[in-house]
Design a protein. Structure first.
Lengths: 218, 264
């Protein structure tokens, strides 16, 4: 089994949350809006069968999508398969993307996440992966080079990471078991030995808190 | 209004914690409820960012080409039977090439003709518009000319009042309307004395002190006459109009002592 190997920047070029945020905030806002608009335009062109736009969309989002697939599957070969399936689906179904319902990057990330979860569900590896995910909780919180950097840039990605790490552990754990391990609410309840209502409440409160924090950041 | 239970369902949905049946049921509700859609959309900001917390891993470079090749429209590969080389084997290719060249030429000519036709149609439109503008200008000019002609005609006209010079017909009066351009005029007289049959009145136009015979007329008991007259010679300046009583048929030079009417 080939394990996904993390890549990214190293310490010398690292900046920290807040650095340069004031001096360049306006240009960043403009750049982010341009980036969003570009994604929408690319998906429109892809829906019309434009391969060049598809290639550009791949260049912009394949790292994020591959990282998500690796995070869920923890297997390079399977992550490649899933990435391939996800991009074929983007090629075929770009027309169904609705920019009113979220960013293209989120759409692509959720798409690959669902494909990866489908794969582990069919391969019956869910329990083992869930255990692995549980064991990685603390390690995940310390990840410095996240795939969010490819979307939001290094500074904002760190703010996003901080917002997630700051969630109460029990909330973050329930959300990550659902999102990255593909466990249902019942399965999470059993795994954590907590009442179903508690798990539901943790996931809801955790996501709302995260959403509120992110709306202030992004 | 989304209640707490529905908020919970939405959170479970976006985080992927619903089982298949629960997810289907929620998606039905989602399709029918725009407010719920907006709520889920806001929550997806959180799950999008959550997805991106995965450690960054670059996909292998070869995967790009593999995926791009997969979405490439399939190309048909035609397998032709092997043919022996020879002059005849080239004939179909030569024919096809000839047809292709002809098609190219026809397409090029067709495009050229379309372009030319387009340009000419535009030129015709432009010319039509120019013609309309010119017609409008011509109409205006015609009206101006007519107005100027009317003005000019009035300028060429001279109206003269002739008063009586004889005591036996003191109320005799006449008006002469003279058009110097046309060299003719209209003469109207009233209250003239009736003349015997062997006598006539003769109208004179005085051109720079030179009387020019301009017509002979006879007046009956009514004393009224209207004649169109044309002098026997070219009149340069019609300075005075006069009427004399003369022998029947008129004379070459006026008899001044018999002058009946004259203008000032």
């Amino acid at each position: 089994m080939s394990i996904c190997a993390q890549t990214g920047f190293t310490g010398d070029f690292r900046t920290f949350p807040g650095t340069f945020a004031t001096s360049s905030s306006f240009s960043k806002l403009v750049n982010e809006q341009e980036s969003t608009d570009r994604d929408i335009e690319l998906l429109r062109q892809i829906a019309a069968g434009d391969r060049a736009s598809f290639a550009e969309f791949y260049d912009r989002h394949s790292t994020l999508m591959f990282s998500v697939a690796c995070r869920i599957l923890n297997n390079t070969s399977e992550a490649e398969d899933v990435l391939q399936e996800a991009f074929v689906q983007i090629w075929e179904k770009a027309a169904i993307f609705n920019p009113e319902l979220g960013q293209a990057s989120s759409w692509a990330a959720i798409l690959v996440r669902n494909k990866a979860i489908d794969r582990i569900r069919t391969s019956k590896r869910r329990t083992r992966l869930a255990e692995e995910a549980g064991a990685e909780q603390d390690a995940a919180a310390n990840v410095e080079d996240t795939a969010n950097e490819t979307i939001y840039g290094r500074e904002k990605a760190k703010l996003v990471q901080s917002a997630i790490v700051e969630l109460p552990v029990e909330q973050r754990q329930a959300i990550e078991l659902a999102f990255f391990s593909g466990l249902t609410q019942d399965e999470i309840s059993k795994k954590l030995n907590q009442p179903l209502g508690t798990i539901k409440a943790r996931i809801r409160r955790g996501l709302l808190k995260l959403r509120d924090q992110l709306e202030g950041i992004l | 209004m989304i209640d707490e239970r529905m908020e919970e369902q939405a959170a479970l949905h976006v985080s992927g914690a619903l089982n298949e049946a629960e997810a289907r049921e929620f998606e039905k509700k989602l399709l029918a409820d725009p407010e719920l859609q907006a709520y889920v959309s806001r929550l997806s900001l959180a799950t999008g960012a959550l997805a991106g917390t995965a450690p960054m891993v670059e996909p292998p470079p070869r995967l790009r080409a593999k995926i791009l090749a997969q979405v490439e429209p399939p190309q048909k590969v035609l397998t032709l039977p092997e043919q022996k080389p020879g002059l005849l084997s080239w004939l179909p290719w030569a024919f096809a090439a000839g047809i292709a060249v002809l098609c190219f030429v026809f397409i090029a000519e067709n495009n050229q003709l379309r372009n030319t036709a387009g340009r000419q149609a535009k030129q015709i439109d432009d010319l039509n518009q120019l013609a309309q503008r010119l017609q409008a200008a011509t109409d205006t000019l015609n009206q101006t000319v007519l107005a100027l002609q009317a003005t000019n005609r009035l300028a060429n006209l001279r109206i003269a009042m002739l008063n009586s010079l004889v005591p036996d017909a003191p109320k005799a009066v006449a008006v002469s309307l003279w058009d110097s351009q046309k060299q003719d005029g209209v003469f109207v007289a009233q209250n003239l004395k009736a003349l015997p049959a062997d006598r006539d009145y003769e109208l004179w136009v005085i051109d720079e002190n030179k009387p020019v015979a301009s017509g002979v007329f006879h007046v009956g008991e009514s004393g009224t006459i209207r004649i169109d007259f044309k002098p026997s010679q070219l009149i340069k300046v019609a300075s005075v109009f006069a009427v004399t009583e003369e022998v029947k048929g008129g004379v070459a030079s006026p008899t001044l002592k018999n002058m009946v009417l004259a203008s000032k």
